[in-house]
Design a protein around this ligand. Structure first.
Ligand SMILES: Cc1cc2nc3c(=O)[nH]c(=O)nc-3n(C[C@H](O)[C@H](O)[C@H](O)COP(=O)(O)O)c2cc1C
Length: 187
């Protein structure tokens, strides 16, 4: 690991003016030069996972995903909650990232999961469901979580986070993710 911590930011939303993507952008802007953020934007191009597309049939979109995850020190996922759970596109990404079994790119990878929603629980069930899947596929999931309720009152129409408490919580999550990546535990 170099001095700078590479963080791969994955939004569970493909919406142009997504609040979750805005939250990831805010995280990258709030944190210091010790972090190097990269944004993954291939979620909509991933084919639906099929076991027939494994091994030598694995599509390029999936091998590209493998490469970016394996090359990063840590992953920060911000996902919307759809119908009490995570969106299908993110689940599909995690299915790809779970293979080959026990040796997929998420195995052992430090990951933090956050969510914002327009509802009053801030996507808590999406964070829970996403974290469960990540643990199942062997990721090292940060215990701390951030859920931001009423996104529309904290993120403006330009996608800029305007809420100071959320800013502090977000910076804290990224620092904890750094500790998890550097020391194996977030003390
Ligand atoms: C299909 C669908 C299901 C949704 N289900 C929930 C839900 O279960 N809980 C919730 O808090 N918000 C729910 N919402 C509202 C989302 O939180 C809101 O649309 C949010 O802005 C989506 O995130 P994004 O801005 O990052 O795209 C749902 C929205 C859609 C389109």
């Amino acid at each position: 690991m170099s001095d700078r911590l590479k963080v791969l930011a994955i939004s569970g939303s493909v919406r142009e003016s997504s609040f979750n993507t805005a939250l990831l952008k805010a995280a990258s802007e709030l944190t210091g030069s010790e972090f190097e953020f990269e944004f993954y934007d291939g979620i909509a191009q991933l084919p639906i996972f099929s076991q027939e597309l494994e091994g030598t049939n694995r599509p390029k979109q999936a091998t590209d995903l493998d490469e970016v995850i394996r090359a990063t020190d840590a992953v920060l996922i911000s996902t919307p909650e759809y119908n009490g759970s995570l969106p299908g596109g993110l689940k599909n990404l995690l299915d790809w990232g779970s293979r080959p079994y026990a040796n997929g790119p998420f195995a052992g990878k430090p990951v933090a999961v956050i969510s914002t929603s327009t509802g009053r629980y801030g996507g808590a069930r999406a964070v829970e469901a996403t974290s469960d899947i990540l643990r199942h596929i062997g990721a090292s999931v940060l215990n701390d979580r951030l859920t931001v309720a009423s996104a529309q009152s904290k993120i403006d129409s330009e996608g800029v986070l305007r809420d100071d408490i959320t800013k502090r919580s977000l910076a804290h999550i990224v620092e904890r993710l750094r500790d998890l990546a550097k020391f194996g535990v977030a003390a």
